[in-house]
Design a protein around this ligand. Structure first.
Ligand code: SAH
Length: 236
């Protein structure tokens, strides 16, 4: 049992179990590969500085961490799933990428290294923790003034239930079954509220739209749909 009550052991066990799938673009984690270049552009377009210090919170096998590293960022990736980190380290090594992977929770890191990152990315992760608002607070703390935070998650709406859970996990099989729990999904207003409480000003939002006929995703700017991502600036 993890000492941090904001780490759900069942969630971590799930990600440990599927750790070998992270780098199979045709497997059950393929959706993250399919959206990676889209979310990367959303993020790098909003970098507050070139070659920023980035912490990727809930980095999993490092799909986004590696892309950020290739785009010139100095990347630290953190995740409580030790098997995922093992896969991430091995993969980065094989690609010749230098990424600092650490098995530490974000609240602990925020106490030790407050104000030391230009960018925080926390993608597809908030819906896997009991208290996402505490994660948002810790992410805000990690940022330098003027730094930028990125969060992506799934909306808690009927459409999200139908598309992300029923269709995504059970009909189309885009994601492993049991990946998402409806009650853990997050409405954009909730995310913006937690961010504002922690000195993060909402700056942009976009959604990733899936076309099942073409098996392709595209970005819809200024839209809060099923899969949305948002950026926030830490007030100086
Ligand atoms: N951000 C990655 C992986 C998303 S999957 C990407 O988008 O490519 C969700 C990840 O969140 C898993 O690797 C899981 O282990 C991690 N996670 C779950 N609870 C967490 C917590 N409390 N702190 C940090 N990471 C957590």
């Amino acid at each position: 049992m993890n000492a941090n009550t904001n780490v759900d052991d069942a969630e971590i066990a799930h990600f440990d179990r599927i750790a070998e799938l992270w780098w199979d673009p045709d497997g059950k984690m393929g959706q993250l590969h399919a959206i990676n270049h889209l979310r990367l552009t959303f993020i790098t377009d909003r970098f507050p500085t070139s070659n920023p210090r980035v912490v990727d919170v809930g980095c999993g096998g490092g799909i986004l961490s590696e892309a950020l590293c290739r785009s010139g960022a100095e990347v630290t990736g953190i995740d409580p799933s030790s098997l995922s980190l093992k896969v991430a380290r091995k993969h980065a090594l094989s690609e010749g990428l230098e990424i600092n992977y650490r098995s530490v929770d974000v609240e602990t890191l925020a106490q030790a290294e407050a104000g030391s990152f230009d960018v925080v990315t926390c993608m597809e992760m908030l819906e896997h923790v009991p208290h996402p608002e505490h994660i948002v607070a810790a992410c805000a703390r990690l940022l330098k003034p003027g730094g930028v935070a990125f969060f992506s998650t799934i909306n808690r709406s009927f459409k999200a239930f139908a598309f992300a859970i029923v269709a995504g996990e059970y009909i189309l099989g885009l994601l492993p079954r049991g990946t998402h729990r409806y009650d853990r999904l997050i409405r954009p207003r909730e995310l913006y509220g937690w961010a504002a409480t922690n000195g993060l000003r909402h700056t942009a939002v976009a959604s990733l739209m899936y076309n099942p006929l073409r098996h392709r995703f595209r970005v819809a700017p200024n839209r809060e749909d099923v899969n949305y991502m948002a950026s926030f600036k830490r007030e100086t």
